[in-house]
Design a protein around this ligand. Structure first.
Ligand code: MG
Length: 161
């Protein structure tokens, strides 16, 4: 078994959509980034790549490439899971924590979970999503940005015969 850890932050700004885990969340502010700035999926990708010893998302999807401009991060996640499969790995579970002061994310938790499971082909109880605030402290507390932390475990495919 191998363990991976991913962390990402994006800035909250007016005039952008807020997309977390592939789910568009009604919000006055959204996340700024080269892609759709889905901070949760970016942290998931870094956890998976880390567990497999495959570097990080900046290495695979440089943010100066036009082909990734405003891209749906779920498409990048599909590529990442294929890279893991090519190395003979399967993801066992993901545990995600989104750190956001605003907006309230609890009503969207299950939808985000299903969305990530659909991309990764995982069982719903193998993907957990938690959300927390920082009690008003720091850049998250000032509603300047949203952070995400993800831990995953991966395993080699079982070899039969
Ligand atoms: Mg990012």
């Amino acid at each position: 078994m191998r363990i991976g850890f991913g962390y990402d932050v994006h800035k909250l700004t007016e005039g952008r959509r807020l997309v977390l885990g592939g789910v568009e969340i009604p919000s006055e502010k959204g996340l700024l980034g080269h892609s759709d700035a889905d901070v949760l999926i970016h942290a998931v990708m870094d956890a998976l790549l880390g567990a497999a010893g495959l570097g990080d998302i900046g290495l695979h999807f440089p943010d100066n490439k036009m082909e990734y401009k405003d891209i749906d991060s779920r498409k990048l996640l599909e590529i990442v899971i294929k890279l893991l499969q090519k190395k003979g790995y399967v993801c066992n579970n993901l545990d995600c924590t989104i750190v956001a002061q605003y907006p309230k994310l609890a009503p969207f938790r299950e939808e985000m979970r299903e969305s990530i499971c659909n991309v990764l082909g995982m069982q719903i109880d193998s993907v957990n999503i938690k959300a927390t605030t920082t009690e008003g402290l720091g850049f998250v507390g000032r509603e300047e940005g949203i952070a995400a932390y993800v831990v995953c475990t991966i395993d080699e495919y079982p070899i039969f015969g």
